[in-house]
Write a protein of this length. Structure first.
Lengths: 112, 113
């Protein structure tokens, strides 16, 4: 079935360092790949997304890259800050386009 | 503008009971989706509704049902609750049937004892 794998499950960095989270997806029909940030007690918040016709997208300190051939995509956060500490989820849309399939999440801890 | 609002925020039920969760989408959004998030996991798709019609359903038993009203708000119903139904139930809205730009509410934390 449709599946999204995400790693690492936990990531600890020092403030100012970069953080990279990687995901792979199984459904070749997937063409939309969002990233969500979830803080304690809150719902997931969309931080960046990319469509399959684009290889890379950047928004200030956050960037996402996509390799459709290898079916993997990555989130890059530069100059990390303590407020970046949260759980990050990658996702891919299903073949029908009706749902997002989520990875299991990465807990990012940024220490000052 | 208000984001996606869900009620109640927390709920405690016992096995076998029934529960109704409510969601109001962002103004102008016509699609509502429901997801279940078990502790330590990513959200799992339950339903998508658009213009009051069910457009998608995840791998959940028939005990789970939902509906969307003319004002685009939605209800998720779960019958015959099991301990395993304990989770955070998330509602998300989007402008259309596509899953792009899906915005989530803060969820309803359901505990089944």
């Amino acid at each position: 079935g449709e599946n999204v794998e995400q790693h690492p499950s936990t990531l600890s960095v020092q403030e100012g360092d970069s953080a990279v989270i990687k995901c792979t997806y199984s459904d070749s029909a997937s063409n939309y790949f969002p990233w969500y940030k979830q803080e304690l007690g809150k719902g997931p918040q969309l931080i960046i997304d990319i469509r399959s016709n684009v290889g890379e997208k950047k928004d200030q300190r956050i960037a996402v890259t996509l390799n459709k051939t290898a079916k993997h995509f990555s989130l890059h956060i530069t100059e990390t800050q303590p407020e970046d500490s949260a759980v990050y989820f990658c996702a891919a849309n299903n073949q029908a386009g009706t749902a997002l399939i989520f990875g299991k999440g990465t807990t990012l801890s940024v220490s000052s | 503008d208000a984001g996606v609002t869900q009620s109640p925020t927390h709920l405690i039920k016992t096995r076998g009971q029934h529960v109704t969760l409510r969601c109001s989408p962002i103004s102008g959004h016509k699609s509502v989706s429901w997801y279940q998030q078990v502790l330590g996991q990513g959200p799992q798709f339950i339903f998508q509704y658009y213009e009051k019609e069910e457009r998608g359903r995840g791998n959940f038993p028939d005990r789970f049902s939902a509906r969307q009203f003319p004002n685009y708000s939605s209800e998720l119903n779960v019958n015959a609750l099991l301990l395993g139904d304990s989770a955070l139930y998330l509602c998300a809205s989007s402008e259309n049937t596509e899953t792009e730009k899906l915005f989530f509410g803060s969820g309803t934390q359901l505990s089944v004892l």
